[in-house]
Design a protein around this ligand. Sequence first.
Ligand code: KDG
Length: 307
Amino acid sequence: MPDVLVLGEILVELSSTEPLDAGTSLTLNFSGDALNAAAASAAAGARTALLARVPDDELGDRLLDRVVALGIDTSLVKRVEGQHGLYLQHADPSGAREFTYVRRGSAGSGLGPGDVPLDLVAEVGAVLASGIACAISPLSAKAVRVAAQHSKCFVYDPNWRPRLVSAAGAADHLRAIAPYTRLITPGWPREAQLVADTDDPAAACTTLRGLGIEAVALTRGEDGILLDDAGRLTEIPVVPAPSVVDQTGAGDSFAGTVTARLALGDDLLTAVRLGVAAASLSVGGLGGTGHVPTLAQTQTHAATTEV
Ligand code: KDG
């Protein structure tokens, strides 16, 4: 029995730090926010399973090799006919990071409510899914909702990607999932403001809780986390990153680590502190799973800013 179940699409990742052009060299890896978060959860000590659909081809075999190498249970992964979802991570002409997707109609977006093992979902310590899983297809959004409804501890990362879903669509997904959510991890201000019309982070947390969510971990970049646990506010500072190669997957690392530690019985504040430290270390590698810190590394790193 896993401690944590993560739902979503595993993507083929092709990354470069250069703008895309003929002749650009790309590094092949496997990622997607669900895999990034599941990898962080497994590294944080939780037995972690992925619930996903993966094409039944040679690339799918290599993808699953990588999932297994990250310490993740693949027994709930369904092999199906169809195309891989793919994203290119590259620089835009100004040098900023950009994602380009080739994923519409992918096998992974065919995950549906019928794939969700309800008894298992009700038993596991925590379930994690994101707004990306809701954005990729109505069927996948239903799968997320069914899992949230049956889970005793559901964690939702809005992960709003405007190239996949409009602001109104992302807000609808968030509202639909809110009544079943133990913890949400929105970025400030963009993701919180999907549903909270305010410039005040504390007020945004109150609005989010008003939708039925128990606790909010508002991620504010350099300003750290504002945690609102049933109205109790705590500021958690960032832990400076020892090396910054690429920010991709830092939020997923945070969500996956926090979910794992909650499932294993840590209190929310401890779980969030570890999540912050894991995210800070995760930016030391290229791509979503380029660097996945161990629990021992995360604990040591977290201790560097403890007061
Ligand atoms: O959070 C990082 C993810 O956005 C990246 O790994 C790709 O899953 C991805 C997506 O759909 O954007």
